[in-house]
Design a protein around this ligand. Structure first.
Ligand SMILES: CC(C)(COP(=O)(O)OP(=O)(O)OC[C@H]1O[C@@H](n2cnc3c(N)ncnc32)[C@H](O)[C@@H]1OP(=O)(O)O)[C@@H](O)C(=O)NCCC(=O)NCCS
Length: 211
């Protein structure tokens, strides 16, 4: 589990940008769901700015990655593009990357609200352990640049048909000003949640076909 190093990136990690982009693209295709696809140049910039987290094996092979974006004039922060190479999955890599990204985001943007949009159960689980709560989309940024990132998602048509108020992803928010420190009991509810997601998917797909 500790056979890899999780760290904030610097320009020396720019050489991994191409591999990261390919991994994200392949995974998006396999899952058939959306991840905002970013160019190699964008990822390389994030890496050089120290706005990304990378996990490397002791032999300096890429293990996993995620990057940090800010929106609405730094009022909101998102940790995006989380990816772990298939051979390293299930051993806590994503948990460590997300924890580091969370801590680093809080340091870079101490008053920002952190949010995420995801269809991934492991990610929802990690987020809930970090203190994120599920919220409706109106609690998220209204920055058009953020929402434009969803254009590369297969579900973009659904998002548009719902006027950006709902889609396949679950929205989760960590508000540093909130007094509500209750954690979402995701572990207990995940089976129910999986059923809910299947239902939501079939209903949304049906409705998006009826224009
Ligand atoms: C999602 C992903 C990042 C998870 O990486 P990982 O390193 O395997 O995750 P972890 O080992 O840290 O697991 C996190 C938690 O989720 C659980 N989990 C892992 N896979 C799961 C699955 N398929 N279903 C439900 N829970 C799962 C783990 O048991 C763990 O919980 P625990 O701490 O209680 O044991 C990885 O599978 C991946 O890269 N997938 C493709 C890209 C993707 O989906 N990115 C997210 C986009 S929002």
């Amino acid at each position: 589990m500790n056979a890899f190093i999780v760290q904030v990136t610097s320009s020396e990690h720019g050489c991994f940008a191409e591999e990261i982009c390919k991994l994200i693209e392949t995974s998006a295709k396999q899952r058939g769901t959306g991840i905002a696809i970013r160019s190699q140049e964008y990822i390389r910039d994030k890496i050089a700015e120290g706005k990304a987290i990378i996990a490397l094996s002791k032999s300096r092979q890429l293990v996993g990655f995620c990057y940090i974006e800010s929106w609405s004039n730094k009022k909101y922060v998102v940790n995006s593009g989380l990816i772990v190479k298939p051979e390293y999955r299930g051993s806590g890599v994503a948990t460590r990357i997300k924890k580091k990204a969370f801590e680093h985001s809080r340091k870079l943007f101490p008053s920002a609200k952190l949010f995420g949009l995801t269809t991934s159960l492991p990610v929802m689980k990690i987020n809930s352990e970090l203190g994120y709560q599920p919220v409706t989309y109106d609690r998220l940024t209204d920055d058009n640049l953020f929402w434009n990132g969803c254009q590369s998602c297969v579900n973009y048509e659904i998002l548009q048909s719902k006027s950006r108020q709902n889609c396949m992803c679950t929205a989760m928010l960590h508000d540093p000003d909130s007094n509500d420190k209750k954690r979402w009991e995701f572990v207990k509810k995940s089976k129910i949640y999986e059923r809910f997601m299947r239902l939501k998917k079939s209903r949304m797909n049906r409705k998006s076909m009826v224009v």
